[in-house]
Design a protein around this ligand. Structure first.
Ligand code: HEC
Length: 135
């Protein structure tokens, strides 16, 4: 009885860590890794980057009040796609590969604000889960 309880708890722990999206962790990561350039709230304030509120509800590069770089606009015009979990995970790891020439991946380490991916794929999943529910 004791063993089966312990095994069940261990399984729940593994499931919790590997499968479940943790929006609290995702939210904190989003503030630390994205918040200095992107507004994450429904107020949709303009910043260095476009507001991320409602990101999955519009095609890439179409926030009505943000001035995207020509490289970004040119790329999404020729290669239209949708923001979803898979694309975001790819974009956060390889922004330059997904949208060549975009300004976000041009920011350099050492500047007060620069783009930095999260280290662990589990945490990247949490971050992406948080971003896509901003609506
Ligand atoms: C150093 C500032 C900076 C940081 C940090 C940053 N971004 Fe960006 N982001 C930008 C800029 C600038 C653009 C617009 C790029 C362009 O026009 O070429 C952008 C564009 C985007 C877009 C495209 C949005 C659209 O309307 O199509 C997404 C998605 C995005 N960023 C997600 C993120 C996420 C998620 C994070 C945190 C993990 C993050 N960014 C961190 C500056 C940043």
């Amino acid at each position: 009885m004791l063993w089966s309880t312990l095994i069940a708890m261990a399984c729940a722990g593994v499931w919790w860590f590997f499968v479940r999206d943790d929006l609290n962790v995702g939210g904190r990561l989003a503030i630390n890794h994205c918040g200095m350039c992107h507004d994450l709230t429904a107020r949709q304030v303009m910043d260095k980057g476009p507001p991320l509120w409602g990101l999955t509800e519009r095609p890439p590069g179409t926030h009505p009040r943000y001035d995207y770089s020509p490289a970004f606009l040119e790329h999404v015009r020729h290669h239209p796609f949708e923001w979803n979990r898979e694309v975001l995970e790819e974009f956060l790891q390889y922004p330059e590969k997904v949208i060549p020439g975009n300004v976000m991946s041009r920011t350099k380490m050492g500047h007060p604000n620069f783009y930095q991916d999260v280290d662990h794929s589990r945490f990247r999943k949490d971050l992406v889960a948080y971003i896509i529910q901003l609506k």
